[in-house]
Design a protein around this ligand. Structure first.
Ligand SMILES: Cc1cc2nc3c(=O)[nH]c(=O)nc-3n(C[C@H](O)[C@H](O)[C@H](O)COP(=O)(O)OP(=O)(O)OC[C@H]3O[C@@H](n4cnc5c(N)ncnc54)[C@H](O)[C@@H]3O)c2cc1C
Length: 579
């Protein structure tokens, strides 16, 4: 058995190592265009920012280790240029000496990844405009940031935000420009507002709903090849700019935005997404989907049973909906590589789809998601209900408890969990991972009620946020609790409903939803007569608990009542206000 693998990083290296574990006799050749196989793409922003100080730490499995331990034939700086499927041969170019040669295969695994997009904006090819994909990009950026005072990151996705954090860490004034009206477009907007606020609080300028329209060279003597810089004020993370010095600068740019605003920049990092590297596959006549992903079956086989494809280059099934989708993430790429190798050696491994489970951390705040977002559910017309809650990460009485925001999306008929998003500073990854597993296992909100999770006061609560989400959502499915949502408030309250704030007078005085009347929960039973019986009542408190209690009182007193899910906190998140 001779296995050829195109691409030696996440999916490719995983496939190669698994293939060796399954067969000591197979010939396994890994072709990698770059100088390093198996490096940690996900660590690149932190290497640029200095958090990861040594380049070697990013080499997950250095070439020599792959050769010695797994007896792989690792050919770096070798680019596979064409596939002849009929003859089962590859055309390879040696990028070191420019020579070309052929290699045969019995089975071929494609794991070429995805290329960062460079949209056709005027000036896009000017020096100083970077993308980030591999170690060489990171090496260049790590050098350039030392000479930069101002940077523009185009794109507020997870790589864009990680870059912004790391640029600030290097003392670079950083602006993020994002076309959408939110950062992290795959998330629902209200779940990203705490992150947006937090980025701003840490010195990142966020320009949402705007985009780069043109790049131009900056016509300024200060930036004409050398720059004199003075000691600046400390950056928000405490790094001060260096003493006056003369340093070469790679570029002086102006980023012209669609809004008309012009941003000076010493460097620009384009983080506007990726597209599957499908050229080889397309030229070989393999089928690709509408977004360019190579089409594969559940065993990661293309239409040609001897050619497998994995990782960012393939189209996957979204786990919950079953819809074809492109989701470039490291976990799926690694698992798919393993599945392809298994299948080559006769195992019945199959890939069940990608949930899009993702987590991003910036300046100590974390936001994570799994499954379908509300915007996707709405777009696809699938029935859903949602609830919000704002529990603490561990028992409130134990020092250091931090509030998180959790959104759960579920089927209102059978309670099946469809998606979840969590944001906060502590315990976020743990909750999203539990919910990711729940989705994978096809669980319902009733299962979350029953989940038995590890508890001691410093780690969680006897009723963990996961249980709480289950209690609330299950109450909705059972019909015990009715919920209203902040996003629909203006429509629902337009004179047709009473908006009832059941918090204390002091809380109410600190900020309330326009049009609300304030009956603190402890007074509600005695003041029921003051409420218009002909109107629906939408009750709210700070996070939803007292609001729920109020709706139970109201419903039993004969009112039509609903609880504003997530309370005033969710209202503020939805409306971009501080709770
Ligand atoms: C900066 C950054 C941060 C990221 N952070 C995260 C994260 O935190 N979490 C997460 O889940 N994902 C993250 N990702 C995404 C993750 O790295 C990818 O999903 C994953 O690496 C995809 O694996 P892959 O094998 O498909 O492609 P890659 O890992 O990109 O490997 C493809 C390799 O194939 C080589 N290649 C392509 N064509 C040829 C050819 N014709 N001949 C020879 N070699 C070829 C390329 O040189 C490349 O090295 C990040 C990505 C980047 C760039």
């Amino acid at each position: 058995m001779k296995i050829a693998i195109v691409g030696g990083v996440a999916g490719g290296a995983s496939a190669a190592a698994r293939a060796r574990r399954l067969s000591e006799t197979a010939e396994i050749i890994v072709f990698e265009r770059g100088p390093d196989p198996s490096f940690a793409n996900c660590g690149l922003p932190y290497y640029i920012g200095g958090e990861i100080s040594q380049r070697e730490e990013l080499l997950v499995a250095p070439k020599q280790m792959l050769i010695d331990r797994h007896r792989l034939d690792v050919r770096t700086r070798q680019s596979v240029e064409a596939i002849d499927r009929r003859r089962k041969r590859l055309a390879i170019k040696n990028l070191v000496d420019g020579t070309s040669y052929d290699e045969s295969y019995d089975k071929l695994i494609l794991s070429p990844g995805a290329t960062p997009l460079r949209p056709p904006i005027p000036g896009i090819d000017l020096p100083g405009i970077y993308t980030l994909r591999d170690l060489r990009d990171a090496d260049r950026l790590r050098e350039v940031v030392l000479d930069a005072k101002q940077a523009v990151v185009v794109g507020g996705g997870f790589i864009g935000l990680e870059m912004a954090e790391n640029l600030v860490r290097r003392g670079v004034e950083t602006t993020v420009v994002e076309l959408a009206d939110q950062v992290l477009p795959p998330w629902d907007r209200e779940m990203t507002t705490p992150i947006a606020e937090h980025l701003r609080a840490n010195g990142v300028e966020l320009l949402l709903g705007d985009s780069a329209a043109e790049f131009a060279a900056r016509d300024c003597p200060h930036f004409a090849g050398t720059a004199a810089r003075s000691t600046g004020s400390p950056s928000p993370v405490g790094q001060s700019n260096r003493e006056m010095e003369t340093v070469p600068l790679s570029a002086g740019l102006v980023v012209k935005l669609k809004s008309g605003r012009e941003l000076p920049a010493d460097l620009v990092v384009l983080c506007v997404g990726v597209r599957p590297e499908n050229a080889l596959a397309v030229a070989a006549g393999l089928e690709v989907g509408p977004r360019g992903g190579i089409r594969v079956n559940e065993h990661m086989q293309t239409g040609d049973p001897d050619v497998y494809a994995v990782g960012d280059a393939v189209e996957v099934r979204e786990f919950v909906s079953g819809d074809p989708i492109q989701i470039p993430l490291a976990g799926p790429a690694n698992r798919q590589g393993r599945i392809a190798a298994d299948h080559i050696f006769g195992r019945d491994s199959s890939y069940h789809g990608t949930q899009g489970t993702a987590v991003v951390g910036v300046f100590g705040m974390t936001v994570a998601m799994t499954g379908l977002s509300e915007k996707v559910l709405r777009r696809t017309g699938r029935r859903y209900e949602k609830i919000y809650l704002h529990p603490t990460d561990h028992a409130g009485y134990y020092p250091g408890a931090e509030r998180m925001s959790l959104k759960l999306l579920f089927d209102p008929e059978d309670g099946r969990i469809l998606g979840a998003q969590v944001v906060g500073t502590s315990g976020i990854d743990k909750r999203i991972d539990v919910l990711a597993m729940a989705i994978q296992a096809g669980m319902t909100v009733f299962d979350l009620e029953e989940a038995e999770l590890a508890y001691a006061p410093q780690y969680g609560s006897a009723k963990d946020p996961i249980n709480m989400a289950g209690f609330i959502a299950a109450g909705v499915v059972r019909g015990d609790a009715r919920v209203a949502h902040a996003a629909e408030l203006s429509e629902t309250t337009n004179g047709e409903a009473t908006l009832l704030d059941v918090r204390t007078l002091a809380e109410f005085a600190c900020g309330q939803i326009p049009g609300a009347v304030n009956f603190p929960i402890d007074e509600l039973r005695n003041r029921l007569g003051e409420l218009d019986r002909t109107k629906r009542v939408i009750a709210y408190c700070q996070v939803g608990q007292r609001g729920y209690l109020a709706t139970r009182i109201l419903i039993q007193a004969g009112y039509e009542a609903a609880n504003l899910s997530g309370g005033y906190a969710t209202y503020c998140q939805t409306n971009g206000r501080r709770a």
